[in-house]
Design a protein around this ligand. Structure first.
Ligand code: PMP
Length: 444
């Protein structure tokens, strides 16, 4: 196999011609928190797969759970009157983890985009059951990322993921994100900015008419948009505005659930109880494509006590509740608890965030560092700190290349370097990431 033999493969989020010009790094192996490429070069994976490999690549109990389940029951559908023992056990187990968030039922999917689509659709159905069929619109944040299905892309707040696929779902409207480094209000105080964004939300609700809105969807910490943790007052403010207007709150926890933020969920970090929490990614840590939408007790009861016949669920996936995915998820939950990775995420997250801030003091190319809540950190690069102008596209790519040669795989998203390593990494692994980044900046 050669790196330039990738002609038949189209990579997501890459122009096909780019893959032909720039050979991709071909990963051929992984152990612990390290990945190995075709040339045998081994680095710390500061991306954690794609924010999902919380437990690293050698989690023996997960591998055994998968092979054991493959031997017992590799697949059976959970459509129309059938189920499987493993997925029932998983739903019960998830309930114990999510009950503090008020989320007691699970609807299973095959990944994050499916989970978002499921929550958006069930939100409309919830209102129809309650006789409010006019509630069909969705509100969300600019810079939010919610996957690539048409519903998720419609609530997505980044033009790059929208324009090529328009027209998207009608009735989706976006409000400014509480992004202190750049915002339309030129407000640099996070608490005041949160209030301005909440006022923009109230304004949009009044403009659209509250009785037309089904749900508001947000990530408790914006991930792909550049790791944007809102001020602690923001999500509780969103929650109370939603409650006041009868709008459902969907927390897109595809990245934030299962400990990445140093708390079990991102919503819990802010003391918020959403109506739906979309999860995927770390639920199976990359070992199997899988997802779950966690549903609030109050929402579940509306569906379960319906006598009108409107609660029949015409939504689901062939692989909803896949027994092998369920077995992997059960093992991941057990390992996440046993290894105390949530606590480690908080401690190592602080080390990584402080280390990135120290790099900012040293390198003018860094305009902003965001994080401080577990292992989600972004380093935003600028050509000029005063004007905050974006650097040439080649600059982040150059940092990435040198950092890789110096021992760490990092991810570039626009002007941001994104760091989301496995939650099991050690203090020494964090030091490797920081020194690889330092090497990358020094080489500019
Ligand atoms: N929501 C969020 C917040 C995400 O970060 C992602 C994926 N990065 C998705 C949804 C979509 O998940 P998937 O790629 O598994 O479909």
């Amino acid at each position: 196999l050669k790196a330039n033999n990738a002609r038949s493969l189209w990579h997501p989020m890459t122009a096909p011609s780019d893959s032909l010009k720039n050979a991709p790094t071909i990963v051929t192996g992984a152990q612990g928190v390290r990945i190995t490429d075709l040339d045998g070069h081994e680095v710390v994976d500061a991306v954690g797969g794609l924010w999902n490999v919380n437990l690293g690549y050698s989690c023996q109990p997960v591998k055994e759970a998968i092979t054991g389940q493959l031997d017992r029951l590799p697949y059976y559908s959970i459509f129309r009157g059938t189920s499987n023992d493993c997925v029932i056990e998983l739903a019960e187990e998830l309930r114990t983890f999510f009950e503090p968030d008020g989320l007691t039922r699970a609807f299973f999917t095959s990944g994050g985009s499916d989970s978002v689509e499921t929550a958006l659709r069930l939100a409309r159905q919830y209102h129809k059951i309650r006789g409010e069929a006019g509630r069909v619109k969705y509100l969300s944040l600019k810079k939010g990322y919610h996957g690539t299905h048409f519903g998720g892309a419609s609530v997505n707040g980044n033009a790059n993921f929208r324009t090529a696929y328009e027209p998207l779902l009608p009735g989706c409207h976006h409000i400014p994100a509480p992004y202190t480094y750049r915002n339309p209000f030129n407000e640099t105080d996070p608490a005041r900015l949160a209030q301005l964004c909440l006022a923009a939300l109230e304004d949009e609700i009044a403009f659209q008419g509250a009785a037309t809105i089904a749900a508001f969807i947000m990530e408790p910490i914006l991930g792909a948009g550049g790791v944007i943790p809102p001020h602690p007052s923001f999500m509780p403010g969103v929650e109370s505005i939603c409650r006041k207007h009868g709008i459902l709150l969907i927390a897109d926890e595809v990245i934030t659930a299962f400990g990445r933020t140093g708390a079990w969920t991102g919503s819990r970090l802010w003391g918020v109880k959403p109506d739906f929490a979309c999860t995927a990614k770390a639920i199976t840590n990359g070992y199997f494509p899988f997802g779950a939408v966690m549903i609030a007790e109050s929402v579940a009861q509306v569906f379960e006590s319906d006598a009108t016949g409107k609660a029949a669920i015409g939504h689901g996936y062939t692989y909803s509740g896949h027994p092998v995915g369920a077995a992997a998820a059960l093992a991941c939950l057990a390992e996440t608890k046993r290894l105390n990775v949530v606590e480690n995420a908080a401690a190592r997250g602080t080390q990584l965030y402080e280390g990135a801030k120290a790099l900012m003091a040293k390198h003018d190319i860094i305009g902003d560092v965001r994080g401080g809540h577990g292992l989600m950190t972004a380093i935003e690069l600028v050509a000029d700190r005063a004007t905050k102008s974006a650097p040439d596209k080649a600059i982040p790519a150059r940092v990435q290349e040198v950092a890789y040669r110096s021992g760490a795989m990092i991810r570039i998203s626009g002007p941001n370097i994104i760091l989301s390593p496995p939650l099991i990494l050690t203090a020494a692994d964090v030091d490797v990431i920081l020194s690889a980044l330092d090497a990358g900046f020094l080489a500019l």
